[in-house]
Design a protein around this ligand. Structure first.
Ligand SMILES: C[S@@+](CC[C@H](N)C(=O)[O-])C[C@H]1O[C@@H](n2cnc3c(N)ncnc32)[C@H](O)[C@@H]1O
Length: 282
């Protein structure tokens, strides 16, 4: 039986692809080689259909005229991976708790500044920043209210931030989380899901921010920056530019965490490696 409606199917010309991939590279930092052409066409079909656009050229113009950043956010959601999970690359969280926090707490106390600013750039659905907020609270215990401590969590995709805002996760997604943390900071939401308690949610500020924006709206330096598994699709110059900006935004003695499969160009100055994928500003 033939359906009596037709779902539009789009083809992309080489010229349209190179136009679009140039825009993606400039605006999002993601480099898409021509081998990604078929995959892109499939992934973006739905956007074109829902916008009632007739071709990829129209879509390109639509993106150029987008002042709100929403079109870019949706495009980023489609072409990048948002894959993340609680306690990912757990050696980093151990190191954060056992080395980073004691060092920074001492340093800040000596300066008389009870302030800790942590940024997770490319936070996806929130598992990473919430875990850091829980570890902060665990570490400081009764002293915590005296500290101006919190986590800024940013991502280019509004969709993932909305999930992060809800802070509701499948209950089996927290199996890896150490039991003392799991029991304290998650509550049952329904039979299938758990939710992070308000006390932790209020210490995580979620904001849409594109890392390609060279003028971040942050006033004070950070003591810790996590940018893990975000730069995998960026080419070496984009990655190096971003790392240099992170170094500038860190306070001396501050820490930068990147993904285990990512690397930092040896020519970058101002930071030294500590353990795999963790660096300190000198
Ligand atoms: C694989 S997730 C990483 C999540 C988490 N950091 C982790 O390691 O599990 C990558 C995230 O980077 C975000 N991203 C990609 N390009 C970006 C850009 N130009 N600016 C901000 N975020 C970006 C994506 O939207 C995605 O949510």
């Amino acid at each position: 039986v033939q359906p009596n409606f037709k779902i539009p199917s789009y083809t992309i010309t080489e010229e349209e692809f190179s136009q679009l991939s140039r825009l993606i590279y400039q605006k999002i930092g993601i480099f898409l080689p021509p081998t990604k052409m078929p995959l892109m066409t499939v992934r973006l079909q739905k956007i074109l259909t829902s916008l009632g656009l007739a071709s990829f050229s129209e879509y390109y113009n639509y993106l150029l005229n987008d002042k709100s950043g929403q079109a870019l956010s949706l495009l980023a959601t489609k072409i990048s991976t948002n894959y993340t999970y609680f306690y990912r690359e757990e050696a980093h969280f151990q190191y954060f708790k056992d080395e980073v926090l004691p060092f920074l707490a001492q340093k800040q106390k000596q300066k008389g500044e009870l302030r800790l600013r942590i940024w997770t750039a490319g936070c996806s659905t929130g598992e990473e920043p919430y875990m850091l907020a829980m570890l902060l609270k665990e570490y400081f215990g009764a002293e915590y209210p005296r500290w101006d401590a919190g986590v800024l969590a940013t991502d280019i995709s509004a969709d993932v931030l909305e999930i992060a805002q809800q802070a509701i996760y499948p209950k089996d997604s927290i199996e890896r989380v150490p039991p003392q943390i799991r029991h304290k900071y998650f509550t049952k939401y329904d039979d299938e899901s758990v939710q992070i308690i308000d006390e932790i949610r209020k210490d995580v500020t979620l904001r849409r921010y594109n890392l390609m924006n060279l003028n971040p709206p942050f006033k004070l330096p950070f003591q810790v920056i996590f940018c893990r598994n975000v730069m995998i699709y960026f080419d070496p110059p984009t990655r190096s530019g971003l790392i240099s900006r992170f170094v500038n935004l860190l306070e001396p003695g501050g820490y930068l965490f990147i993904g285990h499969s990512e690397s930092i160009d040896r020519n970058i100055t101002g930071i030294k490696p500590l353990i795999p994928a963790v660096y300190q500003k000198v």
